[in-house]
Design a protein around this ligand. Structure first.
Ligand code: AMP
Length: 217
C-alpha cells in the first residue's frame, strides 16, 4: 500500500504517520526528518536546506525530487510506503508520478488532515521535540519531567521553525504552495479528507476506517 499524507504544519501528520506505519506495515518516509538528519550531520544537502527550513520556506523542488527519488529506490520501501511532508508543490507531485511509473508502483490514497489555522499556531508554538522523534506539547501533551523525553530521556528542544516568525511563514507557504495539491488529488479521485482536531486516537480510528479498505488480508 502506498499512501501520501497531506496537511498543514502542526496538523499531527507525523504522529498519525507513525501509527499508520505500525499498523499497516508501510515504511514511513518523512522528508522533514530526512532533511533534519542531513542538517545534524552537516552534509552539503543539510547546509543548503537549513537556511530555507529555519525561515519556514520550502527547500527547492529540484533538491526534494532527488531526495525522494533516492529514498524510494531503497529496498526497505519496496513493500509499501507512506510519505509525510512530500509532495508540497505541484511539480513535486508530478515528479513522484514519474518516479512511481519508473518503479512500477501506484498510489492508493491521499489522506488530507484538516485543522484550522488558529489551532495550528497554538500547537506549533508549544511543540517540543526529541531526537528520537517523540514529540510533546508543553500544555496539551507534556512530558513527565519538564524538558525530558519520556521514551529515551533525551533533551527536548524547540525546532527553530516552530518559533513565531517561521510559523507565520510556514502557514503562508502551505496555503500558497501546498494547498493546491488538495484540488490536484481530488480531481484524480485519490483524496480523502480527515478532520484533524480532537483526540489523536479518534483521528487514527477515522484514518483506519479508510485504510482498512485498501489492506490486503
Ligand atoms: P516538516 O518536518 O515536514 O514540517 O518539514 C520541515 C521543513 O523541511 C519544511 O518547512 C521545509 O523547509 C523542509 N521540507 C520538508 N519537506 C519538504 C518538501 N517536500 N519540499 C520542500 N521543503 C520541504
Amino acid at each position: 500500500m502506498n499512501i501520501i499524507l497531506l496537511g498543514p504544519p502542526g496538523s499531527g501528520k507525523s504522529t498519525q504517520a507513525r501509527m499508520i506505519a505500525d499498523k499497516y506495515r508501510v515504511k514511513n518516509v518523512s522528508t522533514g526528518d530526512i532533511l533534519r538528519e542531513e542538517v545534524r550531520n552537516g552534509t552539503p544537502l543539510g547546509k543548503e536546506s537549513k537556511k530555507y527550513m529555519d525561515e519556514g520556506k520550502l527547500v527547492p523542488d529540484t533538491v526534494l525530487i532527488d531526495v525522494i527519488k533516492d529514498r524510494l529506490t531503497e529496498p526497505d520501501v519496496k513493500n509499501g510506503w507512506m510519505l509525510d511532508g512530500y509532495p508540497r508543490t505541484i511539480p513535486q507531485a508530478e515528479a513522484i508520478e514519474k518516479i512511481m511509473a519508473a518503479l512500477g508502483q501506484k498510489l492508493n490514497v491521499v489522506l488530507n488532515i484538516d485543522v484550522p489555522d488558529s489551532e495550528l499556531v497554538e500547537r506549533l508554538s508549544g511543540r517540543r521535540m526529541c531526537k528520537c522523534r517523540e514529540s510533546y506539547h508543553i500544555q496539551f501533551n507534556p512530558p513527565k519531567e519538564a524538558g525530558e523525553c519520556d521514551a529515551c530521556h533525551g533533551y527536548l528542544y524547540q525546532r527553530d521553525d516552530d518559533k513565531p516568525k517561521a510559523i507565520k511563514k510556514r502557514l503562508e507557504t502551505y496555503h500558497n504552495q501546498t494547498q493546491p495539491l488538495i484540488d490536484y488529488y481530488s480531481k484524480k479521485s485519490l483524496l480523502i479528507n480527515i478532520k484533524g482536531s480532537g483526540d489523536i486516537k479518534k483521528i487514527f480510528a477515522e484514518i483506519s476506517k479508510v485504510l482498512d479498505k485498501f489492506r490486503i488480508t
